[in-house]
Design a protein around this ligand. Structure first.
Ligand SMILES: [Zn+2]
Ligand SMILES: [Zn+2]
Ligand SMILES: [Zn+2]
Length: 949
């Protein structure tokens, strides 16, 4: 055999070989991977693989089917996908059924806008059809966008609140509430939008700034002033109220005082004014009451049942007491219009005041004086102020800008208006207490993450008013009850048989049936009104609050098939859902089943820009997930979502996304190194037992197993950012910077089948297999791409998403006792400490250009005690560990101030090996291979033997 020439030497190196491209080209490749998943029916396969395992149900909260997704929705869906995928890989059967909220005002308004005047000629069924089309369009678009993010789920069969099955489930849930006696129809002031002509739910109200008139109005006392205080006998006594809604004055029925507050009577210009002591100074100033000495003082309670004259109507106004009167602003005397305020309404009920409402659905005032009659409320303010002035009742007048409730949809200011609405009584009796008390007890059985969520939702449930569930719209599920149509009877038809019939009808035809059929066609023949015996009935045409609809999702989706049991293990949404979906779901489930629909609830924060501002398209600071997916890849959004501390508000910008993409490249390169060095490795045949592996390889596999254990705990705790950051850190600091670097010599120059190289490959393979699984829930596309390229073994599933996380023994390929593991960890850490000292010592020589790479150097490590023992034990590995040509180990007392080792550096001895570039005094000694070092010549002999075999 003749000595190989240089080119031949190169052919004896095992250089990395892989089809796994350095450049991911995610925007192009992800759709191909998606197509493959679709073709292999990956989600169904995952469910089959999970069959028989313990079930874990994350129940999806339905996003609203209008508009495209934004970063917040993307974050929400990614987090859910992390949970579902990690649960499946942790050995659960974790289904994911996505859903959409399809009914409701936002869609109906969009459709109204697009139909314009045409809507007036359309019947409700046609309008509903148009709304359905609109919702279907956005369900389709959003579905595509969510899938593009790599979210796996039952996309071909999601739940839609507008499906016939779901609509019948809503009706069913409503009837359960009705039959249990929770539902009542009552006159109540509700938030009302006069532009959309509908009642609004709490969750539909937003506070924005609004300029209102601010007026101080005189109410003259008509009862005997001496009864309040002897000092007032015979005087012209008044009180002063303050309001920012003069239009409510026509509905003024009472003036409320706080029973315990101190009130004073001030005399000015021949009149006496009663106001709260604490607000007297401010009131004097606003009402220009100069020289107004106090002539009496008394507690508010003496004013109860006193009477006043309405400032411009012929009406007696009652003095009443109320605890909500404060001294924050105003006068301490509160104008009370029961039809236009929640507090006012309750006070009105307590004192038997007239609660009827003279403001219609469009906000027009009726039955009023000519000055304002027929005007809409906000336009009536001015004439009413004029009226007050002309009657001599206006004591002060200015404009204020204040926070005022607005409609979430049209952003116009809203009003309180007493209307006939359907309610669920929070204090309705049920087994074990009331709806409210039982809901509060159930909250305690749920795990809330973050923990403060429990207090938050408890407070809300404790103080919330009855649930107004009716809306005067078309696009939704009707409150499907009948009323007697006989004159003046109007009795509600109570029949559970009829209710069941309606549920069945909806299941068959959807809620459209309510609009399609006459009452008589739905009702059984011969049914009679229980009150008057009448046989004519009319249908209620109000529809149900969409929060009631989505709150029924647990009943619509869970408990119908074995793979989707009730209740859910987890609800996961944005923090705004404490007052939205979490609460409506809780109330719907407690009211109908007496139990919470979830075992655990977790929330995420908002997505903000880097300055902490909310993201808005109009501000230009919004990160569009679709644009990122097209530019950088859906994977980058996933990794961003995994990187943030989602329980708080998270920051994002295009630049931050680029940074994530940079990290992604590092991760990708880590795997590329693994794959590149496994092209000739068959784990079934070539893997080395743990005990036979090189120490450095053992140590890295052990570190991988340790990290993998932590990752399992982080997934369990949904600390995805720990998984992301720690895996990144491990790949960059442990693998790329140290292990992969030092391994190159052995991987490239040792004989392909040598024990040393197989040991390194075994380690790489174990690291690769462990990390690809560990990262699969987060980095779903790339993990599956890597999965296809890792050495294929028997019975290996076709996708990483069908695989399980590796357990500790699988990572190690052996059972490593704890004490053994502990000693490996400690020895590794001492070796690394020494390595760092060596690197530090090489640095000056590199700077002085005395050496190029470490291979041109030889080092002497001087150490003593335990560290010397470790270094001596692993003496054979030190050259590889330090990536130098020669290492000399000397036992010496620690010389420099207690540092564990001292490192001396010199130029390497001998000649540079042409093959591996290490220096050796042995180069040239082997006449067969005269240009290489002794290790290379040994390898070359082995290679020759391998090739011959
Ligand atoms: Zn509105
Ligand atoms: Zn009747
Ligand atoms: Zn060599």
């Amino acid at each position: 055999m003749s000595a190989p020439v240089r080119d031949d030497l190169k052919s004896t190196l095992n250089l990395p070989k892989t089809d796994f491209a350095m450049k991911a080209n995610l925007p192009v490749n992800e759709p191909k991977i998606l197509a493959r998943w679709d073709e292999m029916r990956l989600y169904d396969k995952i469910r089959q693989a999970g069959s028989g395992r313990p079930i874990y149900v994350l129940h999806d909260g339905p996003p609203y089917a209008n508009g495209l997704i934004h970063l917040g929705t993307a974050l929400d869906k990614c987090l859910k996908d992390f949970v579902v995928k990690s649960k499946n890989m942790a050995g659960y059967d974790a289904p994911y059924v996505p859903g959409w909220d399809c009914h409701g005002l936002p869609i109906e308004i969009k459709v109204d806008e697009s139909l314009g005047r045409k809507k007036l000629e359309m019947d409700p069924l046609q309008v509903r059809q148009a709304c359905r089309k609109y919702a279907e369009k956005y369900v389709g678009l959003q579905r595509e966008q969510f899938q593009r993010l790599g979210v796996l789920g039952r996309w071909n069969d999601p739940y839609l609140t507008m499906s016939a099955q779901y609509e019948s489930e809503i009706a069913q849930t409503f009837f359960q509430f009705l039959e249990k006696g929770f539902v009542y129809k009552g006159l109540k002031p509700v938030y009302w939008c006069i532009f959309d002509k509908t009642a609004l739910a709490e969750a539909e109200v937003e506070y924005e700034n609004h300029t209102s008139p601010s007026v101080w109005v005189k109410y003259a006392l008509t009862s005997n002033p001496a009864k309040l205080d002897a000092a007032l006998a015979g005087k012209k006594v008044n009180t002063i109220i303050w309001t920012t809604t003069p239009w409510t004055l026509p509905a003024s029925m009472a003036v409320a005082f706080h029973p315990e507050l101190e009130y004073v009577a001030l005399e000015s210009g021949g009149q006496v004014y009663i106001v709260a002591d604490a607000l007297a100074a401010a009131t004097k100033e606003k009402c220009n009451l100069t020289d107004a000495p106090e002539i009496a003082r008394f507690k508010g309670r003496v004013l109860e049942r006193s009477t006043f004259a309405h400032p411009f109507l012929d009406r007696s106004i009652l003095g009443v007491l109320a605890d909500y009167v404060t001294t924050d602003q105003g006068t301490g005397a509160v104008h009370t219009a029961p039809s236009h305020g929640a507090d006012d309404f309750y006070t009105g009920a307590k004192y038997g005041l007239d609660q009827s409402c003279n403001v219609d659905e469009a906000g027009r005032i009726h039955n009023g004086l000519p000055e304002y009659d027929g005007k809409t409320v906000f336009k009536a303010n001015e004439p009413i102020v004029e009226l007050l002035k002309s009657r001599g009742a206006l004591l002060g007048h200015e404009k204020i800008e204040h926070s005022y409730p607005h409609c979430w949809r049209c952003h116009n200011p809203i009003i309180f208006r007493a209307t006939e609405q359907w309610f669920i009584a929070m204090d309705g009796k049920m087994e074990g207490g009331t709806l409210r008390s039982r809901a509060l007890e159930e909250i305690k059985t749920v795990k809330w993450d973050p923990a403060w969520g429990e207090l938050r939702i408890s407070n809300m449930v404790e103080t919330r008013p009855d649930w107004c569930i009716s809306r005067q719209r078309i696009w939704g599920v009707p409150i499907a009850v009948f009323f007697c149509a006989s004159r003046d009877c109007n009795e509600l038809l109570r029949s559970s048989d009829v209710n069941r019939k309606v549920v069945e009808l909806f299941a068959k035809e959807g809620a459209d049936a309510w609009y399609k059929h006459e009452a008589s066609a739905i009702l059984p023949l011969g049914i009679k009104c229980a009150k008057c015996g009448g046989s004519e009935f009319r249908k209620e045409m109000d529809i149900i609050d969409v929060w009631f609809e989505s709150g029924s999702s647990h009943a619509a989706v869970l408990g119908h098939e074995p793979g989707l049991p009730w209740p859910a293990d987890l609800y996961s949404e944005g923090g705004d859902q404490y007052r939205g979906w979490f609460q409506s779901s809780l109330l719907c489930a407690v009211g109908t089943r007496g139990k919470a629909p979830f075992r655990e609830v977790t929330t995420h924060g908002w997505t903000l820009d880097p300055q902490g501002q909310a993201q808005h398209k109009s501000r230009g600071n919004a990160v569009d997930p679709d644009a990122i997916a097209k530019k950088l890849g859906g994977e980058i959004i996933r990794l961003w979502a995994s990187s943030v501390e989602y329980r708080e508000d998270s920051r994002s910008s295009d630049e931050l996304m680029n940074r994530v993409a940079e990290n992604y490249r590092k991760l990708r390169n880590t795997f590329r190194y693994v794959l590149g060095n496994l092209s000739d490795f068959d784990p079934g045949k070539d893997a080395i037992a743990f005990d036979q592996m090189d120490f450095l390889d053992q140590a890295m596999v052990l570190r991988t197993a340790d990290l993998n254990d932590e990752i399992a705990r982080w997934y369990e705790a949904r600390q995805f950012n720990k998984v992301y950051h720690q895996t990144n850190e491990f790949c960059v600091s442990d693998l790329s910077a140290v292990y992969f670097d030092l391994l190159k010599d052995r991987l490239y120059t040792a004989a392909p089948k040598s024990r040393g190289r197989r040991s390194a490959q075994t380690a790489l393979w174990r690291i690769g297999e462990t990390l690809v699984r560990a990262m699969a829930p987060l980095m779903s596309y790339t993990a599956d791409e890597i999965w296809q390229m890792l050495p294929q073994m028997n019975d290996r599933p076709a996708s990483v998403h069908l695989a399980l996380f590796w357990k500790r023994n699988e990572v190690l390929g052996a059972t490593v006792p704890n004490d053994r593991a502990e000693s490996i960890r400690s020895e590794w850490s001492q070796l690394i400490t020494t390595r760092e000292a060596v690197m530090l010592a090489l640095e000056p020589m590199r700077k002085e250009k005395e050496i190029g790479s470490g291979l041109e150097a030889q080092v002497e490590v001087r150490a003593d005690g335990a560290i010397y023992a470790v270094l001596e034990k692993h003496a054979a590995a030190l050259r590889e560990l330090f990536i130098v040509s020669q290492v000399k180990l000397t036992r010496a007392e620690s010389p420099n101030g207690g540092a564990p080792v001292e490192v001396r550096v010199a130029r390497a001895e001998g000649t540079k090996c042409e093959r591996c570039w290490t220096y050796s005094t042995q180069v040239g000694k082997d006449t067969e291979y005269p240009t290489v070092c002794e290790r290379c010549s040994a390898s070359l002999k082995e290679i020759a033997a391998e090739r011959a075999a």
